[in-house]
Design a protein around this ligand. Structure first.
Ligand code: PMP
Length: 406
């Protein structure tokens, strides 16, 4: 049997608790700034027009069936996913130093990477994650027996990057540690290193022989430019690192529930690199087989249809610019309204930060007040999902923040 001493009651996932409280609120002015999913200007989920097109193409294809995908997933999807992340002209792809496995979205890719490292990594079996990071990183790695440690990331004063703290901790970590990095649109802070800072990080990571693990959930969604959002990953590859990348198509295709993702292992340039990667692919296939046997087809088929058609691809880029552009507009509007209202403090961080989230600097009591008095819902740490803002609710949000800040 399983008494409470052996299976204690687990706390509710804070995000799902927040979503429940929002749903139960009957106020017409309620605003959901918790959810990490894109919303249009009417606070509705948005099916990307290019996804709708791909969907129609798939539905009208009489050849399609529901057979199993190969263990490593749809090749037409994984090969394009690799080109998207690494660049179509990547020397790593040309040298056959990349192996890619389709996964259960970004979460599955992080998990497969963690599992692979847990089984095969002979360096320091500790992963250093940013403080804070996407909360799931902690449990994904600890569940497979990898120790989780943190490096400083967010400077509470500037609400920007604590680059000194970050580099000091990564320098001080034992050699050959695993370093988890968000290449763009850091969750939850919205704060990214500059390209110059990435270059400095690469120097330290190289010196310490650390192993870079990139978790990329927002390519194209952050700046609207797919290459720019992948520039950190591409730079590290240019520098000859052996590394892994977890790639999610949840946000950039709006395919949240379809679970389309990919895991990439990139070998360092070496005479035997292609053989190394072949060995690694064989082990990844075994891990995948025992976990999920075969990845789900639908989301990968949608993404593959778009990624393999130049016309649809450029429409997708347009859709990405719509999403990222609306979010950037909301950042500008929120900042300028807070400044117009002479809200105490500085608000430049709202427009300096990028991607889905902003770390506002609001305190826990302020967050509570916003929820209880103004029906505005956000996580306790003061993170807001920018996609929850729109031209209808932004005045209410700015005025409420003005009032709770003092
Ligand atoms: N990593 C990070 C940093 C994320 O923010 C997310 C999405 N919240 C994911 C991975 C994975 O999301 P999904 O499994 O939905 O692709």
């Amino acid at each position: 049997s399983f008494p409470p001493e052996t299976v204690p009651q687990a706390p509710e996932d804070p995000l799902f608790g927040l979503a429940r409280a929002y749903k139960a609120d009957t106020s017409p002015i309620k605003v959901d700034l918790g959810i990490g999913a894109y919303r249009d200007n009417n606070a509705k989920p948005w099916v990307l027009p290019v996804v709708k097109k791909a969907d129609d193409i798939l539905r009208n294809n009489p050849e399609l069936n529901h057979e199993y995908a190969p263990i490593a997933g749809l090749e037409s999807f994984t090969s394009k996913a690799a080109e998207l992340m690494l660049g179509a002209d990547s020397p790593a792809i040309a040298d056959r130093r990349v192996t890619s496995v389709q996964t259960i979205s970004g979460t599955g890719a992080v998990h497969l990477g963690a599992l692979f490292l847990a089984k095969f990594y002979k360096g320091n079996r500790t992963v250093y994650v940013s403080n804070p990071t996407w909360a799931n990183h902690h449990q994904i790695f600890s569940n497979v027996g990898i120790t989780v440690a943190q490096y400083p990331y967010f400077n509470k004063e500037t609400r920007g990057l604590d680059f000194e703290g970050m580099t000091a901790a990564i320098s001080a970590a034992p050699e050959r540690s695993i370093i988890l990095l968000h290449p763009c649109a850091h969750n939850p802070t919205g704060v990214d290193p500059t390209l110059d800072q990435w270059k400095q990080l690469a120097v330290i990571i190289r010196e310490k022989k650390h192993f870079p693990f990139f978790d990329c959930a927002y390519q194209g969604f952050a700046s609207g430019d797919l290459a720019r959002d992948a520039s950190a990953v591409r730079y590290f590859i240019e520098q000859g690192f052996e590394l892994v990348v977890a790639q999610s198509f949840a946000k950039n295709f709006g395919l949240y529930g379809e679970r389309a993702g990919c895991f990439h292992f990139v070998g360092a340039p070496a005479a035997d690199a292609a053989e190394t990667v072949t060995r690694i692919a064989s082990q990844l296939a075994i891990l995948q087989r025992s976990e999920i046997s075969n990845p789900p087809l639908y989301g990968a088929r949608i993404a593959s249809t778009v990624l393999n058609d130049p016309q649809l691809f450029s429409e997708w880029e347009e859709n990405l610019r719509t999403m990222s552009g609306r979010i950037i507009d909301m950042r500008k509007a929120l900042r300028s309204k807070l400044e117009e209202l002479e809200t105490p403090g500085t608000w430049n961080h709202i427009t300096d930060q990028i991607g889905m989230f902003s770390f506002t600097g609001l305190t826990e009591p302020q967050v509570k007040k916003l929820r209880e008095e103004y029906h505005i819902y956000m996580t306790k740490n003061g993170r807001i999902s920018m996609a929850g803002l729109n031209t209808h609710n932004i005045d209410h949000v700015a005025q409420a923040i003005r009032k709770v800040v003092g």
